[in-house]
Write a protein that binds this ligand. Sequence first.
Ligand SMILES: Cc1cc2nc3c(=O)[nH]c(=O)nc-3n(C[C@H](O)[C@H](O)[C@H](O)COP(=O)(O)O)c2cc1C
Length: 168
Amino acid sequence: MSGIIVYYSTYGSTREYAEALGEKTGWTVLPYGKAKEADIQPVDTVVLASNVRMEKLGINKWAKKYKAYLTGKNIVVLAVGANLYENQTYYLKTTMKSISFLNVKEENIFGLSGRKKTSDLHGMDAFIFKILEKIIKNEKTRKDFLDDFDRFDIDHLDGIINCLSVIK
Ligand SMILES: Cc1cc2nc3c(=O)[nH]c(=O)nc-3n(C[C@H](O)[C@H](O)[C@H](O)COP(=O)(O)O)c2cc1C
């Protein structure tokens, strides 16, 4: 089976996971901006690797644009967020809701935890977090939303690698 990995990453953690997956599978890895119908058409499987932003997959718009070409392919989703790896229910629900138009099979959805450093945020993201810092008073909520975190763990790719080896 042939495949391609298309990713949407703002600060790099999703890109790193996508590139590591590319090394394991030997599949081409492309940022969403460079992935066109000619890249999708010849392959059987498309891995959509995307960060989660405001409860939505960043790759949502791109997937909608290429829906006609993605329909009928094996679609596997790698969703990267702040939530813990153990909280697969969150990633499953968020993915199903965000790209319901693709009818992705539940067993093809994998959540991974990324990282966030507030000092790296730019543009609207930096602005949003500045506002959140001002308005969130509760200590636990501040910790959950505002603290930097690094939960990047390459070993957590094993689940998706197994899934792809079955498809392959
Ligand atoms: C503006 C913004 C919104 C975010 N919204 C969510 C969210 O709704 N759910 C979640 O789990 N993580 C959320 N995160 C955390 C990112 O998904 C996480 O930092 C991820 O590792 C970013 O991936 P990237 O480095 O590939 O951009 C958000 C981060 C930012 C900056």
